[in-house]
Write a protein that binds this ligand. Structure first.
Ligand SMILES: CC(C)(COP(=O)(O)OP(=O)(O)OC[C@H]1O[C@@H](n2cnc3c(N)ncnc32)[C@H](O)[C@@H]1OP(=O)(O)O)[C@@H](O)C(=O)NCCC(=O)NCCS
Length: 180
């Protein structure tokens, strides 16, 4: 089951069906869809409910840990951060998006640091990695700030909206994390 985690300014908690309209409103911004692979645009009615139900199943099975990122001050849902596990390899992919009004305040870095410690200390992972399009420096900055290191770049590896995009991998091993 998905726990609730806390940072200085944020609560990371399971999504509830009642979050669906905010998820649709925030993730529906074109600049979120533009930089991610799995967020549709326009965001369809009912899509957030389906996503929340399937993400709850994933956390029940222990294969995915999608946290709603909520501000402590006012309980506002501002985004999502998740770990998707590959259990045989004791590794997980970190993914995140934040509603556009909340960019640039260090929230993603703060949430990502907490999820990293959850992954290593509570899930017993050996490695956590993240993938971004090369044209997404905000995302790669988050990766660098939490101690991930550049592992490689794959040229024209994905087709996004009719353009072949280069992607970059960043990662951190448990041994690196322990010496941060
Ligand atoms: C990527 C994203 C989650 C970052 O969220 P955020 O809370 O604004 O991130 P943070 O404030 O913690 O850190 C972002 C860093 O990138 C920097 N940054 C932001 N835009 C930048 C740009 N265009 N070029 C270079 N650096 C940039 C910020 O200055 C900050 O670094 P700093 O703290 O050293 O100043 C957010 O922009 C987003 O949701 N984007 C759309 C979805 C997405 O890209 N998801 C990730 C897919 S891999």
């Amino acid at each position: 089951m998905l726990p609730t985690l806390e940072t200085d300014r944020l609560i990371l908690r399971p999504f509830e069906i009642s979050d669906a309209s905010e998820v649709q409103r925030l993730a529906g911004h074109i600049e979120i869809a533009q930089m991610t692979l799995n967020i549709p645009h326009p965001y369809p009615d009912g899509g957030a409910e389906i996503w929340i139900r399937s993400s709850k199943n994933n956390s029940r099975e222990g294969s995915g840990f999608p946290f709603a990122v909520v501000t402590k001050d006012d309980g506002q849902l501002i985004g999502c951060i998740s770990l998707n596990l590959s259990k045989p390899h004791r590794k997980a992919e970190l993914g995140y998006w934040l509603g556009k009004p909340y960019w640039g305040h260090g929230y993603s870095t703060e949430a990502a640091r907490r999820v990293l410690s959850f992954g290593f200390e509570e899930l017993g992972l050996n490695k956590i990695y993240a993938i971004a399009m090369v044209k997404n420096p905000a995302s790669t900055n988050v990766m660098k700030k939490i101690g991930m290191q550049w592992e490689g770049e794959l040229k024209e590896h994905i087709l996004k909206w009719d353009v072949f995009e280069d992607i970059v991998y960043y990662g951190i091993r448990k041994s690196d994390y322990e010496s941060l």
